[in-house]
Design a protein around this ligand. Structure first.
Ligand SMILES: CC(C)(COP(=O)(O)OP(=O)(O)OC[C@H]1O[C@@H](n2cnc3c(N)ncnc32)[C@H](O)[C@@H]1OP(=O)(O)O)[C@@H](O)C(=O)NCCC(=O)NCCS
Length: 136
């Protein structure tokens, strides 16, 4: 039985373990605890999936709860993948965002086949300004 809970009150080490377990940790700054703590504290929509007292999934977003939700991270522990947890986390993220909000994300290489499969449309014009790059 998986339980889903909304909120940022998560133990940093449990979150880091989940990012490692899911493999998303390969692409996130899991060795920078301070930055990671801010990622958890400052995101304004986090939905966590729990199997008993074990954190097994997370959807971490920045949203205005009106027009747009940026889904920054979606991760499910390897032991719990392909059981519908990722879809359920996104369904709840969409529901919490409000009926007029669109969900926007950048897929990690391992998940490029996943998002079209679960209903997302590829956007031909996504743009990124990386840290250290300047505008203008
Ligand atoms: C990608 C991820 C979040 C998917 O979560 P999940 O709970 O395993 O996926 P679901 O069970 O909701 O899968 C729904 C469907 O997509 C399929 N699917 C799951 N992962 C997939 C993948 N990487 N590529 C293609 N299809 C995938 C499932 O088989 C399932 O299909 P079915 O309904 O026909 O059985 C999870 O596998 C993960 O954490 N991966 C590593 C980290 C990562 O890449 N995260 C994405 C960051 S953008």
């Amino acid at each position: 039985m998986i339980e889903y809970r909304v909120g940022n009150d998560l133990d940093l080490d449990a979150v880091l373990e989940l990012y490692r377990d899911s493999t998303l940790g390969e692409r996130r700054p899991i060795h920078d605890r301070e930055l990671f703590a801010a990622m958890i504290a400052q995101a304004n929509l986090i939905i966590a999936a729990w199997d008993g007292d074990r954190l097994v999934g997370i959807s971490r977003s920045v949203t205005d709860f009106a027009a747009v939700t940026y889904l920054a991270d979606l991760a499910v522990s390897e032991s719990h993948q392909r059981q519908g947890i990722g879809v359920e986390l996104m369904r709840r993220t969409q529901e919490a965002s409000g009926p007029k909000a669109q969900i926007i994300l950048l897929a990690a290489p391992k998940a490029v086949e996943y998002y079209p499969r679960v209903g997302f449309t590829q956007h031909p014009s996504a743009w990124v300004l990386k840290p250290g790059e300047t505008v203008g």
